[in-house]
Design a protein around this ligand. Sequence first.
Ligand code: NAD
Length: 482
Amino acid sequence: MADKYIKNFVGGVFIQADSAEYIDNYNPATGKVYSFIPDSDETDVERAVQAAERAFPEWSSCGVQKRYKILTRIADIIEQNLDEYAKAESMDSGKPLSVAQKIDIPRAVSNFQFFATAILHFSSESHHMEGQAINYTLRQPIGVVGCISPWNLPLYLFSWKIAPALASGNCVVAKPSEITPMTAYLLGKACQEAGLPDGVLNIIHGYGKRAGQAIVEHPRIKAISFTGGTNTGKHLARTAAPMFKKLSLELGGKNPNIIFADCDFDEMMSTTMRSSFANNGQICLCGSRVYVERPLYEKFKNELVKRTRLLKVGDPFAEITDLGAVVSKPHFEKIQERIELAREEGGKVLCGGEVVELKGNLSGGYYLKPTVIEGLPPQCRTNQEEIFGPVVTITPFDTEEEAIRLANSTNYGLSATVWTKDIRRANRLGERLQAGIVWVNCWLLRDLRTPFGGVKNSGVGREGGLEALRFFTEPKNICIKY
Ligand code: NAD
């Protein structure tokens, strides 16, 4: 099992924070502290930036083949140790071990593989001015960049930023969430083993307000790729904008799941169970507002409630578990408050809405029954604000126009899902839904080449495929006169 005292990874070595202080790291399945995280501050970030600056000239000019080989090796090492990584992820986040084994860690492997090869195919434009000149665009790495990620998909999202940043020749100062630091710590070990040159990736642990803030404020970190809450994103933008940093912000969501009566019912039901409750609803893409065409509403409601009641909440390490613990005590309490608020707003809790009490070692864990609520108006807080837990609201609609209006009625715009067999209707909704990603008759079907990100309060910029490589490089036009 992983070490009890996590260390920062700076200049290729593991060191404690300058403060020598540690933060408690909880296992949400038991509610007990099981390891400790360095409480880093601006001194640690400065050390990391200096290590990154030393590494940059060599890494940015070593050629894509070398970067491809090292990133592929990192992917291989994670894959070879998949069980160790999955156990660490499950213990840190409370998610079922099976989910970490099948989704989180394999995706981290794919992220490194994908960007290792993507950089081999990355090209830039040229613009010919007939008889006069040729312009070509050089895409150069930015220098030292910052990557800050959240707790819900820890290594999955951490590597989703780090891999393209490294592939395109940058050196990185990265901070995982203080709530789920363990697989980021293991990643440092994989980088050492893979022969990543010292200082190319530096991993700083600690609180957002101290270590994270120091990364955002650092004058020599030129770009920040951030995934997290919308309020944190606003704060980051206020700090980074006057320093003219390049920013990519992947923020919260309150995604609509729009179900028309002509859909394939069985497929829609099984996918809707996932889009509602996968990872305890703690995925920014979960469809937490479910809108159902009225003729199908009662049938859908009964089936959703029946299936939700059958979901097994329990020990993340048990094979039969569907939903493990939610990530932390404050989050556990917040979700309960939000269910209470839904009741106050006039919502009817059709199932769930309660804490699950487990026995023995798990008695202090943070377990909640998955919850379905109906009868809430579109503008109430429950239907407007992100809960990020195993809670969905269901609402009937009568017309396509009404469905679009309801779907677009929040300040968020990350993703939307549409269930219909009518391809023309799917296209119409695809065009009019205010979202960065629209899934038709599917959910979370991801092709890593596609642009990923949100509109409105769900973020600025796109990750994924060439978008990420473009974000992590600076275009320079060179005009040569004939
Ligand atoms: P958060 O904003 O609290 O924290 C995210 C990261 O930012 C953490 O590493 C944290 O330590 C750091 N941070 C906090 N304050 C900071 C500061 N002042 N300066 C720099 N860094 C700081 O978010 P969270 O609770 O960890 O994650 C949940 C949120 O993330 C949800 O809103 C969810 O929708 C969102 N999310 C979005 C996407 C997406 O792709 N759009 C993906 C996953 C999660």
